[in-house]
Ligand binder design. Structure first.
Ligand SMILES: [Zn+2]
Length: 225
């Protein structure tokens, strides 16, 4: 057993066990997943999964900070101020310690717990799971900022899902981040062009299908776009 003390003076015990992986029955179902901020995950079957509340509140705040940051001039003082605000909030999300009860780092545990349960449920239900590639570093050049974005839990979710798929013989696929998952009509394939982030629902100009933005994206992800 290895005892680890982290930078916040928390102790962890870590040890290895050997297990026989249980096999899961084939379901012949596949699912596409669109990851987002206000809705953590939208599934191609229309299901929406929300993040635990304290996390959601802070993530929304983070998104707001990031929008404001993007509007500042590179190299300017306001930009540095915004960057600092983001870094601080990021540290808070990641590392809140000793909240109310006895357990240290309540929020982080809550998030990890949420991600574990979600990934396990998905792996049980579906033979094939398709995610979008999280090319966060390409999205934002600032390294510290991209780290903040990448830590919304998406990366951890992907790692957990991938590992569990491997363990239980499920198929795990990732499609390119730059595929037009939110532009293309998942029903007829018509490309309606770029949509602003505040457009949550739209109607296809070609076939008239009414779409929820995230569900449509998740269906495209499932089909590999
Ligand atoms: Zn259409």
């Amino acid at each position: 057993m290895t005892i680890v003390k982290d930078s916040a003076n928390r102790y962890y015990a870590s040890f290895v066990v050997e297990i026989n992986p249980e096999s899961l029955p084939k379901t012949d179902n596949s699912i596409g997943i669109d990851l987002g901020i206000s809705t953590f995950a939208t599934l191609s079957n229309g299901e929406k999964i929300l993040a635990p509340k304290p996390l959601k509140k802070n993530l929304k705040k983070l998104a707001k900070f990031q929008r404001k940051f993007a509007k500042t001039e590179p190299g300017s003082k306001p930009r540095e101020r915004r960057r600092l605000k983001i870094a601080r909030l990021h540290a808070k999300i990641k590392d809140i310690s000793f909240p109310s009860e006895c357990c240290a780092n309540g929020m982080l545990r809550k998030r990890t717990d949420f991600l574990h349960k979600l990934s396990t449920n998905l792996v049980k239900k579906y033979d094939t799971i398709v995610l979008e590639d999280l090319n966060v570093s390409g999205m934002v050049k600032n390294r510290k900022l991209s780290k903040a974005i990448s830590d919304l839990g998406w990366r951890q979710f992907r790692t957990l899902t991938e590992t569990k798929c491997e363990k239980y013989g499920r198929e795990f696929r990732v499609i390119n981040r730059w595929e037009p998952t939110s532009q293309k009509c998942s029903y007829c394939g018509f490309r309606g062009g770029k949509k602003e982030l505040n457009v949550r629902e739209w109607t296809c100009l070609n076939c008239g299908t009414f779409h929820d933005r995230d569900v449509n994206a998740a269906i495209n992800i499932r089909m590999g776009c």
